[in-house]
Write a protein of this length. Structure first.
Length: 298
C-alpha cells in the first residue's frame, strides 16, 4: 500500500450513523473497506474483553459458513464469493486479535495490505471513543496518515436509540419490547444503572479527550443530522480526501422499530443530557434543528 492512503478511525458515537457511513464508504470507488466494520482491535487488549469479542466473531463465522452452504446449494456463485471474502477477513482478524500485538504490525497489515491502492481504508468501531489517552495515541501512530471521525447525533435521540438496541438484545420471550426499553431508562434515571449507555454519548468528555490526543487537522466532528445532506456528505469526503459521490441511502440504518418514550421520563432524560446540548453549542457550533426541537419539547 502506498503511503498516500489514509486510514480512518471512526470512533462513534454509538447509534449516531456509523453504519450508514460504513456503507457509504464501502460503496465509494476511492475506498477499500474491510468486510468487518468493527475490528475491535484497540479495545480488546484486556483478556476478558478479548475472550468476549473472539466469541462474538466465532459465532458470526459459523453463521457466515452456514450462509455460504445455502448460497452454494442455491447456485448463487456471486454470494459464495462475497461470503468467502467475509469469512477470510474475519478469520484473519481473529488471528490478529489472538496473536502477537507487539508493535501492532499484524493489525496494520490486516487493515491495509492486499487492498490495492485506495485513498482510504477504515476501522469503524464506536467503542474506541471510550479508549484512554494512551491507547488513542498508540492508535494514531499505527499509520502515518490517520484520521479520526466522530459523529454526534441529538443526545436524546442517540440515548433512546441505544436503549432500544439494549432492550432488543436483552429482552426475554415473555417481555414486552416497549416496556423493556422504558424500564432501562427508568433504572438509568433512578438507580444509576446502564451507565455505559451514557458514556457512549458523553460528547464533552469524548471530544475533549480526542482534542488532547488527535491533531486538529486530523479530527473531524460532524452532526449526524447533517451527514445525510449534500453539504454534509461533501464535508466529510473533503476531510477524508475522497471525491464526494451521491449517497444511495438517505437515512440511518439499524434504527430498529419505533418505541415511544414515556412522557414522564422524557423531561428527566433531557435534564440529564442538558450539559451535553449546552457544551456542544458552545464548542462545536450551532445546533441542528432536530437538537433544538428536542430541547424545546422538554
Amino acid at each position: 500500500m502506498m503511503s498516500e492512503t489514509n486510514v480512518l478511525f471512526c470512533v462513534g458515537a454509538t447509534k449516531a450513523g456509523t453504519s450508514w457511513l460504513y456503507r457509504y464508504l464501502h460503496d465509494h470507488p476511492d475506498c477499500a473497506m474491510p468486510a468487518v466494520k468493527e475490528a475491535h482491535y484497540w479495545d480488546t487488549f484486556e483478556p476478558e474483553a478479548l475472550d468476549k469479542q473472539a466469541t462474538v466473531f466465532r459465532v458470526r463465522l459459523r453463521e457466515l459458513r452456514d450462509m455460504k452452504i445455502e448460497a452454494r446449494e442455491a447456485g448463487q456463485g456471486w454470494k459464495v464469493k462475497n461470503l468467502d471474502r467475509r469469512i477470510n477477513e474475519m478469520k484473519g482478524l481473529l488471528a490478529v486479535l489472538e496473536g502477537d500485538r507487539a508493535g501492532d504490525a499484524a493489525y496494520r497489515a490486516w487493515l491495509t495490505e492486499g487492498r490495492g491502492n485506495p485513498k482510504l481504508v477504515a476501522d469503524m468501531t464506536p467503542n474506541y471513543a471510550t479508549l484512554p489517552d494512551e491507547f488513542l495515541a498508540r492508535m494514531m501512530g499505527v499509520h502515518p496518515h490517520t484520521k479520526v471521525v466522530l459523529l454526534i447525533r441529538d443526545p436524546l435521540d442517540r440515548l433512546w436509540s441505544h436503549i432500544r438496541m439494549q432492550a432488543r438484545r436483552q429482552r426475554q420471550d415473555h417481555e414486552v419490547y416497549e416496556k423493556k426499553a422504558n424500564n432501562i431508562l427508568y433504572r438509568m434515571l433512578n438507580r444509576d444503572h446502564e451507565r455505559h449507555i451514557l458514556a457512549r454519548g458523553d460528547y464533552p468528555k469524548i471530544i475533549r479527550k480526542l482534542r488532547r490526543v488527535v491533531p486538529e487537522d486530523r479530527l473531524h466532528v460532524q452532526f449526524t443530522e447533517e451527514l445525510f445532506t449534500t453539504d454534509g456528505t461533501a464535508a466529510i469526503c473533503d476531510f477524508l480526501g475522497i471525491a464526494p459521490v451521491a449517497a444511495e441511502v438517505k437515512t440511518a440504518v439499524h434504527e430498529g422499530p419505533e418505541v415511544v418514550m414515556l412522557d414522564k421520563l422524557r423531561p428527566r432524560a433531557l435534564g440529564l443530557l442538558n450539559e451535553h446540548y449546552e457544551w456542544v453549542a458552545r464548542n462545536i457550533g450551532p445546533l441542528p434543528q432536530r437538537w433544538q426541537d428536542n430541547r424545546a419539547k422538554g
